[in-house]
Design a protein. Structure first.
Length: 147
């Protein structure tokens, strides 16, 4: 698995969605945005990794590989989430909405645990979806007569 690519996709999605929400809020004078903005980047990044794994290896990841990826990607996503939520608020006020708990507080730790669980399940589930999708696409490209 390519963790730098996962990181790039995660950051690109997170910052891109925040900019879109920021622009939409300014344009429509609305209060768009939600915590779903935090899980979507992990979902897309894991989906891309699943597809890329099948392209490079010619097979789906086995359960051990998939769970290993999910665990490492979850740690990465949690670190990126904290960095975006707390370090980026000065540059992009949209991220200030994500800092609903004081760093290190009990509420912070509970929410971080819930997000970590969401990231773990999303990474594992969407890695598998991406891998299956790429295998199906490869089978269609090769046609019924080709292996």
């Amino acid at each position: 698995m390519n963790y730098p690519r996962y990181t790039a996709v995660f950051l690109g999605m997170a910052i891109g969605v925040a900019l879109i929400v920021l622009a939409a809020n300014a344009w429509a004078d609305a209060g768009l945005g939600s915590s779903a903005q935090l899980l979507a980047p992990a979902m897309v990044a894991a989906l891309i990794e699943g597809r890329a794994f099948v392209r490079s290896e010619g097979r789906k990841p086995n359960p051990a590989e998939a769970w290993n990826f999910a665990l490492l990607a979850t740690v990465l996503a949690v670190i990126l989430n904290i960095a975006l939520s707390y370090a980026m608020t000065a540059l992009m006020p949209e991220f200030a909405k994500l800092t609903i708990a004081e760093f290190g507080s009990r509420q912070f730790l509970i929410l971080l645990g819930l997000y970590a669980l969401g990231y773990l399940l999303s990474n594992r589930f969407f890695l598998g979806i991406g891998a299956r999708s790429e295998q199906d696409a490869a089978a269609r490209r090769n046609g019924p007569d080709k292996p």
